[in-house]
Design a protein around this ligand. Structure first.
Ligand code: HEM
Ligand code: SF4
Length: 550
């Protein structure tokens, strides 16, 4: 894991002192809420429907057990005993008191954490593959590149007031687990025929009211040019991005309005000026950062354990969990474990302080003291020995973190919707709950296989409904909350924006409508191996439409 330098520490402490002063002036009334807004948005502090919300950065989704314990302490001492993991691997607190936020930031700084650039029109926390460094399908570890981006983008003087927020994701594997296609810049590490490492560069992806898949502007950028090229993209955006219309300010609109070809030319022209500057990465720059992400001392282990196999035969609940919530590890005898934050008892992505403390302990005992957060709002223990799995599962089960639904129907992404968000046009959490209750039968959900269902409470699409296989968007029609269904979206390497199937459903109808969609899939799939998206792409919308409205 990256360890802060003296300069990193200094930076955080100065920032907390500065913000403490701003909060004091706000509390005394020397700053109006409007004047304060710009300052708080530099520090991840939003004002929501009921209270302030603090978004804390989790750089590329990596947490130490010590950091997790601090997050638990903050949830317990300063919030209502829980936190919420977001779709960009961050954690959010929904009920901090303004006067206590500087104390929270102090506690975070002590464990090398902060809320800088988690809001406002700047470069946000870079996200990545939660399986970075351990995935079997990895081409190269994305974390050193994420860290280089973090260092480059933090307080970058030129990009502190962009036309709009800017999100970057980096993936280093064949399968995209970081949703790179729906980011302002998405980077995928690839190798060319000569075996050299480079990047595919996608620009202009995003959700919201104008969803778009990122355009490939470079199919092989040498890694040494990563920062100069991104600087060129950001410069073009900073100069030409629209500041006259909030809804047209993201880079996706610039790329769209300028045209892909012309946009690429503009970036290349800007890049010519800076590509040989000192921002160009040298081998030693990359190696120095890479050294922070060296493999831990893995043991030499067999990829087989008799006791584990025995448990699989005798304990069906364990077998279900193994079937759904584990991933193979690049090292023999180890497994990657998904901790589901989608139990029937908690809103998607929520974790209590007690759970956080226990997760930290489990990470220390079973997984080299590290935890990762995922884009689909779950957690990962990345280095668990095969021989420890049964014990770990029992602990997770007791904590309510072993729901065997990873990448399954009830692994729902849902935004806060009308329960907490002032922009909402409909509720989303109660719909997620109703779906979870309706589809609680494990065998049915398991039979459906790999499928994604996301819900947003308005067109801003924080719940990523556009890129779900089954997307639900809550809208308000003449004072009534209704729900539009979209089908066929994907946030993976085959990224696609889902298509609206037809007229919206009421809150009472939507769960049944999802059931109908699933029935059509089950009736039409070629065999159990064919997943929902493949079937949908093969048969198209018509059979679904017919059953839903026919
Ligand atoms: C001005 C109001 C808001 C707008 C326009 C807005 C829009 C968006 C959009 C477009 C995204 C990202 C989707 C993308 O990748 O393109 C996003 C992310 C998100 N939004 Fe909102 N949103 C707003 C307010 C809120 C509020 C009030 C909440 C919570 C109650 C919220 C929760 C989230 C979450 C959890 C994410 C993922 C963020 C992260 O992890 O960094 N949003 N929002
Ligand atoms: S999608 Fe809409 S309702 Fe949901 S959190 Fe975002 S702004 Fe609020």
């Amino acid at each position: 894991m990256y360890q802060y330098s003296q300069a990193d520490h200094q930076l955080l402490l100065e920032r907390v002192t500065q913000f403490r002063d701003q909060v004091e002036r706000r509390l005394k009334g020397d700053l109006s809420e409007e004047e304060f807004k710009n300052q708080r948005l530099r520090n991840g502090l939003y004002l929501q429907l009921h209270a302030y919300m603090l978004r804390v950065a989790v750089p590329y989704g990596l947490l130490s057990s010590e950091q997790m314990r601090t997050l638990a302490h903050i949830a317990r001492r300063y919030d209502r005993g829980y936190g919420h993991f977001s779709t960009r691997q961050n954690i959010q607190y929904n009920w901090p008191k303004l006067e206590e936020v500087p104390e929270i930031l102090d506690a975070l700084a002590a464990v090398e954490m902060h809320a800088i650039q988690t809001s406002g029109n700047c470069i946000r926390n870079t996200t990545s593959d939660p399986l970075a460094g351990v995935a079997r399908d990895e081409i190269a570890d994305p974390r050193p590149y994420c860290e280089l981006i973090r260092q480059w983008s933090t307080f970058h003087p030129e990009f502190n007031f962009l036309p709009r927020k800017f999100k970057i994701a980096v993936s280093g594997a064949i399968h995209d687990r970081a949703a790179v296609a729906v980011h302002d810049i998405g980077l995928r590490l690839v190798k060319n025929d000569a075996g050299e490492l480079g990047l595919e560069v996608y620009v202009g992806g995003g959700l919201g009211r104008t969803p778009m898949i990122g355009k490939l502007v470079r199919d092989f950028l040498p890694v040494h040019d990563m920062l100069t090229y991104m600087e060129a993209i950001l410069r073009v955006y900073n100069q030409l991005g629209r500041r006259d219309n909030l809804y047209k300010a993201r880079i996706k609109i610039l790329v769209h309005e300028t045209g892909e070809e012309k946009f690429r030319e503009l970036v290349e022209a800007e890049w010519e000026n800076i590509k040989a500057s000192k921002l160009r990465l040298r081998d030693e720059d990359i190696d120095a950062i890479r050294a922070h992400f060296k493999d831990p001392e893995y043991e030499d282990l067999a990829d087989f354990d008799e006791t584990f196999d025995q448990h699989l035969l005798t304990d069906t609940d364990f077998a279900k969990w193994v079937d759904n919530n584990l991933e193979l590890h690049k090292k023999s005898g180890y497994r990657v474990v998904y901790l589901s934050l989608k139990s029937p008892d908690q809103p998607p992505g929520d974790v209590t302080a007690d759970q956080m403390d226990s997760i930290a302990d489990l990470a220390d005992r079973y997984s080299l003291g590290q935890i990762r957060s995922t884009h689909r709002q779950n957690l990962v223990l990345s280095d668990v020995k095969l021989t420890d799995l049964y014990e770990l599962w029992q602990e997770l089960k007791n904590l309510g973190l072993a729901t065997p639904n990873y990448n399954h129907l009830t692994d729902i992404i849902a935004c806060p919707g009308m329960d907490y968000c002032s922009l909402a046009t409909a509720r989303s959490l109660p719909i997620a709950q109703a779906l979870t209750d309706r589809f609680e039968n494990y065998d049915y959900v398991n039979d459906l296989g790999d499928i994604s269902l996301n819900i947003s409470g308005c067109i801003n699409a924080c719940g990523h409904h556009h890129v779900a296989n089954i997307g639900i968007l809550g809208v308000n029609k003449k004072g009534i909350e209704v729900y539009q269904l979209t089908l066929g979206g994907s946030a993976r390497e085959d990224a696609a924006i889902g298509k609206i199937i037809g007229p919206a459903f009421t809150a009472d109808e939507i769960v049944g409508a999802v059931g109908t969609v699933l029935d059509v899939y089950l009736q039409n799939r070629e065999d159990e191996e064919e997943d929902f998206l493949t079937t949908y792409r093969r048969i198209g919308q018509a059979p679904f439409k017919e059953q839903l409205y026919g």
